[in-house]
Write a protein that binds this ligand. Structure first.
Ligand SMILES: O=C(O)C(=O)C[C@]1(C(=O)O)C=C[C@@H](O)C=C1
Length: 392
């Protein structure tokens, strides 16, 4: 299927972002390992970068690095292989070649070194340069501003369910889903050397990780406290040499931060899998030769049986749905949906995120979406990508 044909189905396809066209420009904080020329000339990698130069040169030896200036000075390095003026969609073949040829793609993930998301990024793009970001939003922005090439972010877990924040961010940003990667999550209870299980009163971790170990932690009588990511929890426990506090994280985090593993496989079910999305500025051109999946988001007018009718467009074409998620439409998103918001009810309008087992190159998928578009108040294709049927 031609790219033009795919685009015609994507009614709200945002225009490609170029490095010079960035708009919002505050507080993008991320840790970036700068490419070689910068690390040699300017500072030791990894560094912490603030786009907002508050003028306080004393903050580090080099002052706050203005990333935008670097982008302007060295567009080639920041733009990777894609031409900024002529962005071309990546094909699925190109994507797998990039990985197998070992190109050093820069891939943003949320968390610090040792987070599960870092492992997911490395699984998705072997030999990539994994770039830690403080928040999910930062990872989205880093791709949009051409600071990195891709982002790999968690979207759902087999025990804890959906990661709602990332569903909301998918709509607010204009990135495309170009792949998925599933990772088996095996949590450990970590503590400083010499600390025993009976010494612990509380445990720190990412809220998803705490939820995945709910029963075990209750049995252990530990008070739970949420932090940004699992590895961040391990780092905190190690850095402050806490004696009464442990962390739920991976064995990798234990190794990096020098913690002991007090208990292994503490998740409530051994089948604990997190699905991550691979995000890029450009969509891939889907094929039909391999199993593809498509993710869409849409909204409907209120009325009896409207959702039933929407789901029927897939059922009548024998298309299998693999996921459905409904999220309340937030006011901020209304701006993104602009002129298509007339049909929205005043309170509790919902967005429906649906994944289905078909490529956008498949005639059945095109017909189903054509049909859905006839009565949906808003419809966007988030991406068509290869199904990850393997497990790490
Ligand atoms: O905190 C981490 O290590 C993460 O990578 C985040 C995260 C998540 O957001 O779900 C990823 C996988 C696990 O499900 C637990 C936490």
């Amino acid at each position: 299927m031609e790219a033009a044909a795919i685009r015609s189905l994507i009614s709200h396809l945002p225009s490609p972002t170029s490095p010079k066209s960035s708009t919002a420009d505050h507080n993008l904080l991320l840790s970036v390992k700068l490419p070689k020329p910068y690390s040699k000339r300017r500072c030791n990698a990894p560094v912490r970068v603030s786009l907002e130069n508050d003028g306080d040169k004393s903050k580090n030896t080099y002052g706050a690095i203005e990333l935008q200036r670097l982008v302007d000075e060295y567009p080639y390095e920041f733009n990777s292989k894609d031409s900024p003026s002529l962005p071309r969609p990546l094909t699925s073949t190109q994507l797998s070649n990039l990985a197998s040829e070992g190109s050093r793609l820069r891939v943003a993930y949320q968390g610090v070194r040792g987070a599960y998301s870092e492992s997911a990024a490395e699984k998705a793009y072997p030999n990539c340069e994994a770039v830690p970001c403080e928040q999910f939003d930062t990872a989205f922005e880093a791709v949009e501003r051409w600071l990195v090439d891709r982002a790999v972010l968690p979207i759902e877990n087999s025990l804890g369910g959906s990661i709602h924040r990332n569903y909301d961010l998918l709509l607010r940003h204009s990135l495309h889903i170009v792949g998925e990667v599933k990772l088996k999550i095996r949590h450990c209870l970590l503590a400083n050397r010499g600390v025993k299980l009976e010494d612990l009163k509380r445990v720190l971790s990412h809220p998803q990780a705490l939820a995945q170990c709910e029963n075990t932690l209750t049995r252990m009588g530990l008070v739970r406290e949420a932090v940004d990511d699992t590895a961040g929890a391990a780092k905190l426990v190690a850095f402050h040499k806490l004696k009464d506090t442990g962390a739920v994280a991976s064995t990798t985090a234990a190794r990096i931060y020098g913690l002991n593993v007090l208990a292994q496989d503490i998740q409530d079910d051994s089948d604990n899998v997190t699905r991550f999305l691979m995000l890029a500025r450009e969509p891939i051109i889907p094929g039909t030769d391999k199993p593809f999946k498509t993710s869409i988001v849409f909204s409907l007018e209120e009325g009896p049986g409207v959702l039933f009718k929407a789901l029927a467009v897939f059922a009548m074409r024998n298309i299998n749905l693999t996921k459905i998620e409904s999220r309340p439409l937030q006011k901020q998103a209304l701006r993104i949906l602009d002129d298509s918001t007339n049909g929205f009810p005043k309170y509790f309008p919902y967005l429906f995120y649906v994944d289905f087992d078909a490529s956008m190159a498949d005639q059945r998928a095109q017909n189903a979406l054509g049909h859905l578009k006839e009565f949906a108040t808003f419809l966007r294709v988030l991406g068509s990508y290869l199904v990850d049927s393997g497990m790490a």
